[in-house]
Design a protein. Structure first.
Length: 218
């Protein structure tokens, strides 16, 4: 794959479910046969690296160690410029798609990586405090001409109540495309599996399909 598409997962705010979204999407894309590379470009929190290291440190019932169905590499500023780093890693791993988890407090890293990105996926919770951070992220996407898709995460009830209000606000006031798939608030499915291979991909399975459809159409 000479130029695999890069999907960046970022919202310029901590705790908006970027890492969970990166990992679950990687599992969902790998489950449908894609060779996926996940780049942990959040050198502050290193959530992807933490998740992956925990999986690799877990023995299975036979005493062998588990592995992941996708590749993971970790970037930090000491690794040099991010774009050539990702290009090299994609080539080395033969990835068909690259997912990049960028930290919530790193606009300069986001700016670098958007130069080559196909798509920016922004996980956003439906509360006021999260919604108010849209302009910071949206302005960088716009400057780089990368389509930004809002992903409503940890919504109490998909399509209803505050999820519906948040969707309306993002679409009508902020003029952002909002993905149809919403990720429910559900610690059992999405939080308690941190560092594990999730037995159930929940709403991330239809999300992967929706994103692939969007990509094929765009
Ligand atoms: N859909 C969800 N429902 C409930 N908790 C979630 C959900 N998705 C993620 N979490 C939890 O929320 C916290 C923050 O998520 P994380 O993916 O680490 O965010 P970020 O990478 O943006 O800082 C983690 O403890 C995670 O397990
Ligand atoms: Mg994170």
């Amino acid at each position: 794959m000479p130029n695999p598409p890069w999907w960046v997962i970022n919202y310029l705010k901590g705790g908006s479910r970027k890492t969970t979204t990166s990992i679950f999407l990687a599992f969902a894309l790998a489950a449908s046969g894609e060779d996926v590379l996940v780049v942990d470009a959040d050198h502050g929190t290193q959530g992807v690296t933490d998740w992956a290291s925990r999986v690799y440190a877990t023995p299975d019932p036979e005493g062998d160690f588990l592995s992941l169905p996708f590749d993971v590499v970790q970037w930090s500023p000491q690794s040099g410029l991010l774009v050539p780093f990702v290009q090299r890693a994609a080539k080395d791993t033969g990835a068909q798609r690259v997912l990049i988890d960028v930290g919530g407090e790193a606009p300069e890293v986001l700016r670098q990586v958007l130069v080559k990105a196909r798509l920016l996926i922004a996980p956003i919770g439906p509360e006021e405090g999260e919604l108010s951070r849209v302009p910071a992220t949206a302005s960088l996407a716009k400057a780089a001409r990368v389509p930004l898709h809002a992903l409503l995460t940890r919504v109490p009830a998909p399509g209803k109540g505050i999820a519906r209000d948040a969707r309306r606000y993002l679409a009508e006031d902020e003029h952002l495309p909002v993905l149809q798939t919403e990720i429910p608030q559900d610690r059992e499915t999405y939080a308690h599996v941190w560092g594990k291979i999730p037995p159930n991909l929940g709403a991330y399975a239809p999300l992967a399909d929706e994103l692939r459809m969007w990509e094929a159409a765009g």
